[in-house]
Design a binder for this molecule. Structure first.
Ligand code: ZN
Length: 463
């Protein structure tokens, strides 16, 4: 089937042009001047007058169907990918987890089983290495050949996902060898555990102490350490969910020395802050995630990083837990509140409304941050992340005037609250296409669970 998206303005990370987009089957076959319309025929036309045509969002940080802190993130690969599609995201990279004492293979197979037959958009997997040892290091080679070209390690969560410096260095050396990218959750988990123990002993058990016990310096220190280890290994490194101004200073310093260092932040760190986690009546639990909420003043630094290119990506760290039945496991003490927030559906809305409309970033920078840069860094470009001849027809027709309520009941994520309850954003998709198929039209889901395909990702290439 041939589809024509006509009279729109195509926005990529580099260009803004008035052009038709022609799709044949699942591929973009033309970004053309309207005068060429008489040359071809289309079976289906989408009128994009007054609208923008963007590449579908690429979310490289999601946790669907993830067991954590004695429970599981609420969205699975069906509900989560459908919610993503409603928000204009057409591709995601989720985190498969190696259990301690387990092989990488067992972890990856488990995540394939979670996604198969359920995902409504295309997906890939990063591998979380919770047990770096000679076997798992050797296994990285097999997995990289299957398109798992990124690995995540943690300096946080001692006794669970934590790796020590030697383990991180070895994984980075192996990744460099294989053309893979190591990403880090950078917080000093050992120091944080001491602060948590002391806070709880003092009776400081409310949600806001989750933030107080994970100070900015613990993120800055672990970020610095991760960047040093990457320099020693001669490997590129990607810091996930960067939140702290002083951690950003580390990124800037290493990048200015020419090192292959990248950083991601998330909408919750651009739009929420320590005022939210301090809300009374346990409401603050809705904002418990790690790294934690930071003082509002730090948001300006993150926006500056996005503008200058020191921060390349906004991904979601989508990991929703219900307020009733999950978050409230921690009513007595914040250490039992599952860490994570819903975000997969609202990323583009928030970034457009709070970023482009507020004049903080240009439309092209928006496209780069939410689609192009993540696709490039994680081996998905140019199939994903841009509008170009030969790319997958993962496209969003974006109406800059369309309003979207961010109330929980107006969204599609399987979670009983919204961190942005009461907020309405401007700028939203009218059509979302996945490989040429319209999967969302004016707020109605037309796709199919199970239609999403596993993506074998290419080796890392520097941005
Ligand atoms: Zn995460």
């Amino acid at each position: 089937m041939r589809t024509l998206i006509k009279d729109g303005t195509v926005v990529t990370a580099t260009d803004t042009v008035s052009a038709d987009v022609w799709i044949d089957g699942d591929t973009v076959v033309g970004v053309c001047h309207p005068s060429l319309r008489k040359t071809f025929a289309a079976e289906r036309e989408i009128d994009a007058t007054g609208k923008l045509v963007l590449p579908g969002g690429v979310d490289v940080h999601t946790h669907l169907d993830m067991p954590f802190m004695g429970t599981s993130s609420r969205d699975d690969f069906q509900t989560g990918t459908i919610a993503a599609a409603h928000g204009g995201t057409t591709c995601l990279v989720d985190f498969a987890i190696q259990g301690r004492g387990q092989s990488l293979r067992a972890g990856l197979d488990a995540w394939h089983a979670k996604a198969e037959g359920k995902a409504a958009i295309d997906y890939g997997f990063h591998m979380i290495m919770a047990d770096v040892n000679p076997q798992s290091l050797a296994e990285m080679k097999t997995l990289a050949a299957e398109g798992v070209t990124s690995y995540k390690l943690f300096t946080a969560y001692p006794g669970a996902l934590y790796s020590d410096d030697g383990q991180i260095l070895r994984a980075m050396q192996q990744a460099a060898e294989l053309g893979a990218l190591v990403s880090l959750h950078a917080e000093n988990g050992i120091a944080i555990n001491v602060l948590i123990e002391q806070a709880v002993a003092r009776g400081e058990v409310a949600p806001r102490f989750h933030a107080a016990t994970r100070p900015e310096i613990s993120e800055a220190e672990a970020t610095h350490r991760a960047l040093c280890l990457a320099e020693i290994a001669g490997a590129p490194v990607y810091i996930v969910h960067l939140t702290a101004s002083r951690a950003l200073e580390q990124i800037v310093a290493f990048r200015d020395r020419g090192l292959s260092v990248y950083a991601e932040t998330c909408p919750q760190y651009l739009f929420c802050c320590t005022d939210d986690i301090a809300k009374p009546d346990f409401e603050g639990a809705k904002y418990v995630c790690s790294p934690p909420m930071r003082p509002k003043a730090m948001q300006a630094d993150l926006w500056r990083g996005l503008r200058t290119g020191h921060v390349q990506v906004v991904a979601t760290d989508h990991c929703p837990f219900d307020f009733k039945g999950q978050k409230d496991m921690g009513r007595e003490v914040f250490t039992k509140i599952p860490n994570g927030m819903p975000a997969i559906e609202t990323r583009l809305h928030l970034l457009w409304d709070g970023g482009v409309r507020e004049g903080r970033i240009t439309p092209s920078r928006f496209v780069d941050i939410v689609a192009t840069a993540p696709a490039k860094l994680f081996g998905l470009y140019p199939k994903k992340g841009t509008v170009a001849v030969g790319s997958d027809a993962d496209l969003v027709v974006w109406d800059p005037e369309r309003k979207q309520s961010l109330r929980a009941r107006d969204l599609h994520m399987r979670v009983d609250y919204s961190p942005y309850e009461g907020r309405t954003t401007q700028g939203a998709p009218t059509h979302v296409l996945s490989r040429g198929n319209v999967i969302v039209e004016n707020g109605k889901f037309l796709g199919k669970a199970g239609a999403g395909r596993y993506l074998r990702r290419a080796a890392f290439r520097a941005l």
